[in-house]
Design a protein. Structure first.
Length: 486
């Protein structure tokens, strides 16, 4: 292993040295999407952040089992214990089977994740595939006397649990504060206490997704699936549990309570949370009308965007903020980031052609050490990117013959850039991605020249301006027309 890694732990509210339970194995569980609509940008940020963590742990030599669930049942509207299931509601609206909704948005989610070049998790378990495990967990909690049944539904007894454990251990809030500040979340007439939450919910006749259980034909509470599936694939206790910061007060708090009640252990040693997205300083939300979907961000087809951005550019932009800071999507910030991304990619394209000198005026090892220092300091990607810009300056200076580098340092520089840009940050050069692009561009340039020959200037101007808008410049010279990409 390289230098020691420190991770901010929400549970202890400080950075702690990362010591896996069974090195070199690492168990990591991240709460996945509820597949009833297109994945939103906040989720994309969370999964890109955990992809960075997954990649870096693997780079350090750990064998990571990364489990990210797919919620395909049991998640009710408003995260409540009563009301309509998000997937069922969508299925009724679109006259589809719930599993058709699940399939459509699971496929869509995976496509977006691939577009952002995130690595697939080791296991992607679904809630519907683990009903038996969830029922077993409810039984375990009932056996410990920490849950109770009312008319076919089973609720977790928070106040009883809190008499021997700290229910607010993750959020840092005490029970009294929570009791005073909790809005009721459905099923209240059946619950003994205001904070109690459903483990199993008896299905109303109109509810489509339901299963037999010892208590009723019903379905599991939303928080239960993550407890049951993390336990199944990672054991009583594992290393990292992650998700968005919004999951801390309820979903993750309840997960800890369930696992503690059933299995006697806080399931994870390091609780890692990603911060939220804002748009021009405001929380991104559908109701404020300032949210956009990944494909709108790529095409620029949304009223708050001045243009589109490529997936790798968006990934780079997100990684330029630390995962625990809020990230503000503003057009100016994205345009500045785009310039930086291009600078980095241009430097990479020059790297292979650099010539070494017998002597060196630059020492790369301290720069490499600083890259590791950045990542070992709670996966600080913005500081890492600043060091990569420093490396880009060196590459440009060597290319311009303003700086000499020997073969040993050049090899270190190449290795460092490839490791951190491609393997750790998970970026790729989109310009070299499409080998057919030059052929397509030559074809378009020929079409334009034909239009010019035919004096159809409207068409030739339309082609030139259209290409300009998507970043291609045409230049007419004596030797013919050449094109460049911004
Ligand atoms: Zn979860």
């Amino acid at each position: 292993m390289k230098q020691n890694l420190f991770v901010y732990n929400t549970l202890t509210r400080k950075k702690e040295e990362f010591k896996p339970l069974n090195a070199p194995h690492v168990g990591m569980y991240v709460c996945g999407p509820t597949v009833y609509s297109d994945v939103h940008m906040g989720n994309c940020r969370t999964y890109i952040s955990f992809d960075l963590i997954f990649r870096y742990l693997q780079h350090l030599g750990y064998k990571v089992r990364y489990v990210r669930n797919v919620t395909d049942a049991g998640h009710l509207e408003g995260d409540a214990d009563e009301g309509e299931d998000k997937i069922t509601k969508k299925a009724k609206l679109e006259k589809l089977e719930p599993m058709e909704v699940v399939q459509q948005y699971t496929v869509g989610f995976r496509e977006v994740m691939k577009t952002f070049n995130t690595l697939p998790p080791s296991i992607e378990p679904t809630a519907t595939g683990h009903i038996i495990e969830q029922i077993e967990m409810v039984k375990g909690i009932l056996d410990k006397g920490l849950a109770y049944e009312v008319d076919g539904s089973v609720y977790f007894d928070v106040e009883k649990y809190n008499s021997s454990q700290d229910y607010g251990v993750l959020s840092g809030r005490n029970l009294e504060d929570m009791l005073n500040n909790t809005r009721t979340l459905g099923g209240q007439d059946e619950k003994h206490g205001k904070l109690d939450f459903a483990l199993w919910i008896k299905a109303k006749p109109e509810h489509l997704m339901k299963w037999p259980s010892p208590w009723s034909v019903g379905f599991p509470g939303w928080h239960l699936e993550c407890s049951a599936m993390s336990h199944k694939y990672l054991g009583d206790q594992f290393d990292i549990h992650g998700g968005g910061l919004d999951l801390v007060p309820t979903h993750h708090t309840n997960e800890i309570a369930q696992n503690m009640a059933c299995c006697g252990k806080n399931p994870a040693r390091y609780w890692v949370h990603t911060n939220m997205l804002t748009v021009n300083g405001q929380k991104m939300s559908k109701s404020l009308g300032n949210s956009f979907l990944p494909h709108e961000l790529f095409s620029g087809n949304n009223h708050i965007l001045t243009k589109g951005y490529s997936p790798m550019m968006v990934r780079f932009f997100m990684l330029q903020a630390h995962y625990r800071s809020t990230l503000d999507f503003g057009n100016e910030a994205m345009e500045a980031s785009e310039k930086g991304f291009k600078r980095l990619m241009n430097a990479l394209s020059l790297l292979d052609g650099l010539k070494s000198s017998p002597a060196t005026e630059v020492d790369i090892q301290p720069l490499i050490d600083r890259c590791y220092d950045a990542m070992n300091d709670d996966f600080n990607s913005p500081v890492l990117i600043a060091e990569l810009f420093e490396a880009s300056r060196i590459i440009n200076s060597v290319h311009d013959s303003k700086l000499k580098i020997d073969q040993k340092n050049l090899d270190l520089l190449k290795n460092m850039m490839h490791t951190f840009v491609f393997d750790v940050l998970g970026l790729k050069d989109e310009q070299t991605e499409n080998d057919d692009l030059p052929k397509i561009m030559d074809f378009i340039v020929d079409l334009r020249n034909e239009a010019k020959v035919n004096k159809d200037y409207a068409t030739s101007d339309k082609i030139r301006n259209g290409l300009q808008q998507i970043g291609f410049q045409l230049k007419d010279g004596k030797e013919g027309t050449t094109w460049t990409k911004n």
